[in-house]
Every structure is written in C-alpha cells, then in structure tokens.
Design a protein around this ligand. Structure first.
Ligand code: DC
Length: 244
C-alpha cells in the first residue's frame, strides 16, 4: 500500500472500489448495491459538491448563471464550515447526508443543484476542503466511492477502479423516464443540452477533471440495464480478489 494512504498515525486504510463517470451512467445504483452486498460504506462524492453548491446558492455566492465569476475564497470558507456525515438509509435504498446536524433530502437531487455542484467543483480550494473527509472514510471500513475523480485523485491506489459511462443521449433518455415517473415535466432536448454542458465543464476543468484512471475498467452502459452493469462490476471485483 502506498504511503499516500497512511495517515499521520500510520493507520492503514480499508479496500476501496472507485466507480467514476458522468451523471446518469448508473453509478449511483451500482455503487449502492455493491456497498450493500459487501457491507462497505458508500461515498457519494457528487452529493458533497451538490451540498456545497446548494449552500453557496442559499448564501448568495452563486446563481444559475454558470458564466458569472465566483469568489473561490468565500466558497472555500463555506465548504470548511460544513459538518458533513453520511448515514445509510436502507428503507429508502440510499445514503442520507447530514449537514450541520440536519438531514439533506431530495432537494440536492435535481438538475439545478447538479449545475451548482458542477460550478463549485471547478475550484481547487473547494476540492481540497473536501478531500480529507473523503479519504478518511476509507480509514473506518471498506468503501465504494462514487464520483468523477475517485480513481484519479482521491484514491489513486484503490484496489478496484471502474469508469462507467454512457452516451449523452442514453443518459438524457433515462433522466426523462425518471422525471416522468416522478410526475415531473421533462423536455428531452433541454435535458440533453444540460447534460452536455455539464460534461464539458466537468471534463475540461483544470483540477481533477472527470476522466478514467489509466488502470480503470471502462464500462459503457448505453445498452446495458442496471443488472447487467452490476454483474459486470461484481465479476471485475471478484477478479481483483474482492468478493460479494
Ligand atoms: O455525480 P453527481 O451528478 O451528483 O455530481 C454533481 C457534480 O459534482 C458534477 O457535475 C461534478 C461534481 N463532482 C465532482 O466534481 N467530483 C466528484 N467526485 C463528484 C462530483
């Protein structure tokens, strides 16, 4: 194990499975199921950026205008002020996020807050302020880490790295189905444009851009259902000596 995973007290971390890739590729579903099967914790790193984005919006530090300049120092201070914890919610099949003692519900799981998250995620100081919280999770138990830079930056020596992707069209179609299921209006072309704009920002930012680690297994889920994705991931984990 590399020294990057030894903390000041030389504690060793537990095994880490990284599942990186864009929104809508199926990471969340696969990561949750894998964490349940393995008895590992789940790190939903996108939720961290969504929380910072939402809190920044509420504090008046950003707007929906993605081109407006933002103050990195204030965003860093805000990020550092947040006390964030994760708690599994087995009834709802998800991990609840507790921020400053309060459960953050579905208000972070929409396209608008996803856009805020992508805006704050470009800042190195915001990312640095969230790094230790993420790495510390692997000091407590095995971890399935879902995000963009899990395998490249946060856990570069992880036992398993997967990059799960899908075409923007396939991801937009899934989002439309999800919104319609929740009785919300959904415009395919508008959702596709939003997804593409977010992909560009996430993939081209100068720090920790969304990209596969050199040693990641690539999975394209455009034509796979959730069970096929999960089976592929599970077999790969088993090939790496992690059994579920
Ligand atoms: O996975 P998600 O849709 O919840 O992520 C929301 C945004 O957060 C995404 O557009 C980019 C950012 N993000 C990031 O920069 N790094 C991560 N590890 C996870 C998410």
């Amino acid at each position: 194990m590399s020294s990057s995973f030894l903390n000041a007290q030389s504690l060793q971390r537990f095994p880490v499975i990284c599942i990186d890739g864009p929104s809508g590729a199926g990471k969340g579903t696969a990561a949750w199921r894998l964490a349940q099967d393995l008895g590992y914790q789940l790190l939903d790193s996108g939720a961290l950026y969504r929380i910072v984005g939402l809190k920044a919006f509420e504090a008046g530090l950003l707007t929906e205008d993605a081109d407006a300049p933002l103050d990195e120092g204030l965003l860093e201070q805000l990020t550092q002020s947040l006390q964030i914890n994760f708690e599994p919610n087995v009834t709802a099949n998800r991990v609840d996020i507790i921020v400053n003692g309060e459960v953050v519900g579905n208000q972070v799981r929409n396209e608008t807050v996803g856009g805020f998250a992508s805006q704050v995620a470009v800042f190195p100081k915001v990312r640095a302020a969230l790094l230790k919280l993420q790495q510390d999770m692997a000091m407590r138990s095995g971890l399935v880490a879902d995000g963009r830079d899990m395998g490249t930056v946060v856990f570069p020596d992880a036992e398993v790295k997967i990059f799960l992707t899908a075409s923007a069209e396939a991801r937009a179609r899934r989002r439309v189905i999800q919104l319609e299921r929740d009785c919300q209006s959904a415009d395919f072309e508008q959702i596709l444009a939003t997804i593409k704009a977010r992909d560009v920002r996430d993939e081209t930012r100068s720090v920790a851009p969304s990209k596969p680690a050199a040693d990641a297994l690539m999975i394209d889920s455009s034509n796979l259902d959730a069970t096929e994705v999960y089976t592929t991931i599970k077999r790969y984990c088993q090939s790496k000596g992690i059994c579920c």
